[in-house]
Write a protein that binds this ligand. Structure first.
Ligand code: FES
Length: 129
């Protein structure tokens, strides 16, 4: 079994941006059926920019570090930049994860993409009426 990098340990011990955003502009939910872990991502959009990201999570130490670093990667990015973030970006920002924990990196970016997708769906349906 591999070891966690110092960055993973730091994010796990003091996760950044945990919590919820009231009246979020988009919410994404993602679970990993293989382990039962779950994450809900909230985003705040100002203009075309993600001004804030928060999350609730029930997960392993790696998934908590992934969620934390995902917020750092996404905050301040325009939507078209944020949608291009990948699991590899998360892994790079954490200096990697042990092989058996790489699947945990999927939660962060998928949750973010779902929140962005939710934002666009709200925008489209909001314009209808
Ligand atoms: Fe489930 Fe890490 S073991 S996300």
């Amino acid at each position: 079994m591999g070891f966690y990098s110092e960055k993973v340990v730091a994010h796990f011990r003091a996760p950044k941006n945990a919590g919820i955003i009231e009246d979020a502009d988009g919410i994404g939910e993602i679970g990993d059926p293989s382990c039962g872990d779950f994450m809900r991502v909230f985003i705040r959009i100002e203009g075309n920019t993600i001004s804030d990201v928060k999350y609730q999570i029930k997960g392993c130490p790696a998934s908590i570090a992934v969620a934390s670093v995902m917020t750092e990667l996404a905050i301040g990015k325009d939507l078209d930049e944020a949608i291009l973030l990948t699991d590899e970006d998360v892994l790079r920002a954490l200096d990697g994860l042990p092989e058996e924990k790489i699947h945990c990196s999927v939660l962060g970016i998928t949750g973010l993409r779902k929140a962005i997708q939710d934002h666009f769906m709200r925008y489209v349906s909001g314009n209808k009426g």
